[in-house]
Design a protein around this ligand. Sequence first.
Ligand SMILES: Nc1ncnc2c1ncn2[C@@H]1O[C@H](COP(=O)(O)OP(=O)(O)OP(=O)(O)O)[C@@H](O)[C@H]1O
Length: 389
Amino acid sequence: MELIKTFMKRQKANMELRKAFKNAGIFLKYKNGDKELKIFPRIHQVNFDKKAKTTFYIFTLVNGMDPKEVMKKDYVFKQHFGKNIDLKGDSKTFKLTIYQTSMPKLLPYKFNEIKAILAPYRLGIICGVDRNGQYVGFDLLKQPHILIAGETGSGKSTQLRSILTTLIKMKRPEDLQLYLGDCKKSEFHIFRKVEHVKCVLSNPVEIRSMLKHIKKELDERSDLTEAFEVSHIDHIPAQFKRPYIIVCIDEFVMLRKDETVMDILTEIVAIGRTLGVFAVLSMQRPNAQVLDTTIRANLTVSMGFKLRDKIESRIVNTPGADEIEVDGRFIMNNDRLYEIQAPLLEMEDAKELLSPFMVAKEAKKVEEPADIAPDLTEKDVFLDVTDET
Ligand SMILES: Nc1ncnc2c1ncn2[C@@H]1O[C@H](COP(=O)(O)OP(=O)(O)OP(=O)(O)O)[C@@H](O)[C@H]1O
């Protein structure tokens, strides 16, 4: 009985795909007497993965069919099978995966669930839930440095808020220090009094001083690893132990004209991993000139929230981010591509979660170097930048 049911299901799925081929015009015609017949791609496999809640097809094109046409017509597959599909292929063989669970449009932030997911990691970063309804997280020690991009209102700040709140709740202040640069002066104030947070700065001159301090720290850590002949800062003797450092800068393009800042950021992403120093950078308008190739190559994880167009999606390495329609939805690239719904952690809820970590702090005074840079606006920053095509 079960066999017959599966057979019927497979037949139905075959017919569905043929219908999609027909509507997409993916077939060859030939005449047999008076009759005009259609030849469709050959469907080799239809599999149902109950656990992953997916159906996938393997099909091959017959000679004479243009593979580019198949990729171009992926919208027809979406019309047939819903938006949650994935089509991959080469010159002849294609795999079409259909995800049956649609992702939640809203994923409330639940610390206890997230904690369990991140427990195996030394520096766990929460991302959200994928198309299969599974949480996705990763270890910043293994995949260092993150780029978060997305147009205004797409969910970047919310994602930063949940990543930082989670880190604070999972790590002790002696194991993790956070240095926060808030060029838009809008978001990070809720972290100001948290024990792990060394500073929250929005003035470009202060951010530069902070990065110079980090540069000194990088040099000292390099000396330590060299002196103890170890390949990672975690392996130096306990009495010299250094905490992990995360430098997080919201809208870092505002600082792009400051060479010192950009040089230090480049150094952090180039050598920070083994020294336990990491960068999380966010930006609204990805631009190839701002994301100089060295920085881009070393940001091993990209999160592309809703982006303006395909060019921006390409710069961030998150294809499809320009098609996103849901708040808090993003494409993540960390060697693999995922579509993910980020948890929604509202500001007030974050404050409550952070309250046990609040300590009295003196307002931080950062010594200003003699060359005081004026506050930059986004307009100033982009004046000389042209979009990459
Ligand atoms: N993960 C999420 N799930 C559901 N809704 C979200 C999520 N993240 C953000 N939103 C909604 O989108 C709004 C804007 O989010 P957020 O402030 O994070 O965007 P942003 O990209 O940082 O914008 P800006 O660059 O202007 O600061 C939020 O107020 C919330 O209503």
